[in-house]
Design a protein around this ligand. Sequence first.
Ligand code: UD1
Length: 433
Amino acid sequence: MQTIGSLQFWLTYHCVVSVFRVEGGAPLTGAVAVPGAKNSVLKLMAATLLAPGTSELMNVPDIEDVAIMSELLRRLGCEVNHVGSTITITVPHRPDHRADYDLVRRMRASICVLGPLLARCGAADVAVPGGDNIGSRGLDMHVDALRKMGAHVKNEHGYLLAESEGLAGAQVFLDFPSVGATETILMAAVTATGESIIENAAREPEIIDICMMLVGMGADISGIGSSTLIITGVNSLKPVSHRVVSDRIVAGTWAIAAVMTQGDLTISGVPPQYLALPLEKLQTAGALVESGGDTIRVRMNERAQCVDIVTLPYPGFPTDLQPQFIALNAIGQGAALVTENLFEARFRFVQELARLGADVRTDGHHALIRGREALSGAPVEATDIRAGAGLVLAGLVAQGSTTVYGVSHIDRGYAEFVETLQGLGAKIERVEA
Ligand code: UD1
């Protein structure tokens, strides 16, 4: 026992890990193209399970979560091939129906195979993801909806065990417009018998994306983009070729970086309306924002004003841009109140930001940030993807050198993060520590 303990200690403290070393002070300038959305592609990959045969997804980001989802699909019996930013997924006639804990614990979004496996196989055994670094996230709405559609679902030995002898359409009122629950119900309902109605459905661009892909596979969905989705079940679906919607959170991260570093960035490949509220907030902070087609130009030539934000489901302010906005406020003029309504533990990251000298107080759902004229570089630890991005942005404007640990979180969601920033003039490198 002691030997195993010693070995674990040795591995923890002697394994080589990547860190990002950031030197503050360089303004970001130039052009950047936005890849496909992490929060869409994972669900689209799961949705391919609904049809035997080969589906193709284009504009796929090169991120760690896509690699994990590919591994999960392979274990379910699929063949997954990556060529550049396109992946092909060949789904067998009888996929396996078990998603093991070793993968689910690495990526909570693995739960998105629950709906399609139940629909295709009549059974799904999916490890319960548990809490993660941004708070415990429930699955009650997923489970309640599947039960309403006739499935038997139990939680045993750390797994959700779902079974059904044929799902039936149902009317589901969501307590909250949950992205994940809306997706689970959609994927379960497309081949259920009869009509399903999701009231208070999520309306994120990623939900529109999965609806469009399912329609391309032969599904019958109306109300797409609204909070009432009506799904009429069809007998079967066919494989599809689909382009993943671009990542509005990545685009928003670069826009905030332009403002913080007092730079000038042209961000292409994302419809500006997907970022309407964050861009308006950046204008309130003093930025010049121009948009047209699928391009956004963000310029800043003075210190930002602090801006209040309140996170809410789309089209409200996205929680996935909240840490980056706290970083912006940390070096702004004045003070701002940030209200987090989705993930209670997201404020954990402010303790790390405080190591750079930020003045942030949190109380429950609120963070009060008093802007500082300057931050000072320090070693910090990323606790989740967006917190990691927020810390790097803070490092880009801090005086001196900032070392960001825990960058595997950032790699999960941002493709070529360091290379992209280097191309825009940032002084950042990945080093082995
Ligand atoms: C997705 C995104 C995440 C984003 C979030 C909100 C992915 C992989 N992740 O997460 O980046 O921050 O949407 O835009 O797409 N809830 C319950 N019970 C449920 C389901 C949800 O209580 O059955 C609660 C959660 O605890 C949370 C809130 O609802 O407080 C929002 O969750 P949800 O919209 O489902 O987010 P995710 O799909 O997990």
